[in-house]
Ligand binder design. Sequence first.
Ligand code: SF4
Length: 378
Amino acid sequence: MVFLNFSTSQFLSFWVSHCVLSSDLPLTRHASRVTDYQFLMIVPIFLPHLGCQDRCIYCDQDAITDVNARGLKSRIEEILTSRKDPFEVGLYGGNIFNIKPEALRRLFSYFDNHRAVIKNFRISTKPVPLDDEVIAILIENRVTTIELGIPSFNDKILELLNRKHTAKDLENAFKLLTGEGFQVALQVMVGLPHETMEDIRETVAKIISLKPFYIRIYPLAFINGTPLADMYKAQKFVPITFDEAIHRAMLIYLNVLQHEIKTVKMGLTDNEVIKEKIIGGYYHPAFGFLVKSEAFYRAVSAKVAEAGFSGEVAVAVSNRDIPHLLGHKRSNIVRFNEAGLSITWQVNDIPTGTFLLRCRHKETAGNVFDALSGVRVE
Ligand code: SF4
């Protein structure tokens, strides 16, 4: 059996999500501070709109987190107080780079009672502004991973979104932060107003050239009360279909995975969103699963066509890939049937992300990257 164009490590990482490395780190600048990998639980703390001088037009973090008006310090205390085993703190939401140094020191001081069990922090932030003192505070407080939000690498779209930074700003921040020894990850989006396939191609190319520690892919949701939702209601842009959003996410996901860049998350999870406020866009509680199922459907279809198979086709996959082969509510099986294929499946001891096809007496092998045949975007 010959598997082409992929490595075992790619398949090992194919379905791995939220598998996060953390580290002990010496507090020196200008050197990698990541020395001793270990798996740690991440305790998320949401900082809705903290440091957000300007609101991005799609964002209402009061609607996408469960944070209420209680004081931040007491909330942190409540979340951390019963934890005895070492963990990592994830500071998510807001724009930490825009928090004034004095306020940022105060924020980190709220964790002082728990320093013995907090191994390190990770943060998410806009890539601007870049301030030496803020970066020094992050280093002092054992921040190891920084996730930079870059919805698109198209400056016109960034402007429309009111991001108040450019793609070049992101690249500058990425280089500076990696030079300081941080692990830098990226958060990208799909389904943005006026986004084209050329923008997706650019997103893929930039991710591959920057080589982030990992990425997250967020499909746009139209949250009632935001300027984006108003634009949507006024029909100021033509949204892509849900299926197209899945397809674009799949293109990013597979293309960067081919370069061994892991996507740790696709979509918002149920507890990150108040569904009643979403009036459009591409939110789905199983968005990541849908993307992976789409990849499997397209890959199997491509190999069936390439091999000239028809009628009854037996598919052997890893146990973990059976759901991806079947699709959400068996939608892939329905689609195969509509294409004239009668698919049967069996579990085989092969790497996740791969499959074997048999039709009459012929066999062929494939993998999820076959979904890219004819549509590669890099
Ligand atoms: S997307 Fe980030 S930077 Fe933009 S308003 Fe929301 S929290 Fe602030």
